[in-house]
Design a protein around this ligand. Structure first.
Ligand SMILES: Nc1ncnc2c1ncn2[C@@H]1O[C@H](COP(=O)(O)OP(=O)(O)OP(=O)(O)O)[C@@H](O)[C@H]1O
Ligand SMILES: [Mg+2]
Length: 191
């Protein structure tokens, strides 16, 4: 198997694994993940947050997004703009979003928020315990991270999405911190 086939192979396994989590378990684990987020200093001190809007079996972020909005922080969420480009669009209220053609809640406007971002809450199909990320296969996040400065990249996932190793290429951007329902894994090197 070449690297791209290997990635495809692991995507299928991990997506299947995540799809087996029941709705109530997913909500409960997502809540615990949010609790852990609030134990992270950089998260509490953040003024600007980029956060994905959860869809189907992903770690649920709607409650988190509401809290970020209530705290009047600068929030931006992803919008796919072209075949390979993702933008971070400023959002003040959940009513700024509407379902896209896939059903993913997406900003109605096309404006881009300006970096830097203090925090990026990042989804993934899987992560390694060392912070490497396997995404959905379009490279949207890798490209976006290579173009937008983010102080702390936080991957959120269920423990079943973590592996010792994953196929990784040079353009894959790794996380600074991982949060699951069981633990916070800080991968930053001590200063
Ligand atoms: N910064 C980049 N510049 C050019 N090509 C890139 C860049 N980042 C990733 N790619 C390419 O994009 C394709 C998809 O990347 P990859 O398989 O890592 O997707 P992914 O991280 O799983 O997806 P996503 O970020 O959308 O969830 C690969 O062919 C990869 O080489
Ligand atoms: Mg990648």
């Amino acid at each position: 198997m070449n690297l791209h086939e290997e990635k495809k192979h692991w995507r299928a396994i991990l997506k299947q694994r995540r799809s087996l989590v029941t709705d109530s378990k997913r909500k409960e684990m997502s809540q615990q993940i949010c609790k852990y987020l609030y134990e992270i200093d950089e998260f509490n001190q953040a003024k600007s947050i980029f956060c994905y809007v959860s869809y189907l079996s992903e770690v649920e972020t709607h409650t988190l997004i509401n809290e970020i909005i209530d705290q009047k922080l600068a929030l931006a969420v992803p919008k796919i703009m072209g075949k390979s480009e993702m933008s971070a669009v400023p959002v003040d209220d959940l009513s700024d979003l509407e379902p896209d053609k896939m059903g993913i809640l997406t900003p109605k406007i096309n404006q881009s928020a300006s970096p830097p971002f203090d925090i990026a809450i990042t989804p993934g199909v899987g992560f390694t315990v060392t912070g490497e990320r396997l995404g959905y296969g379009k490279g949207y996040y890798d490209r976006w991270f290579s173009q937008n400065k983010v102080k702390t990249k936080i991957g959120i996932a269920f423990e079943i999405q973590l592996l010792e190793q994953l196929p990784i290429e040079e353009t894959d951007i790794s996380m600074d911190i991982l949060v699951t329902e069981e633990r916070i894994i800080d991968l930053r090197k001590p200063a």
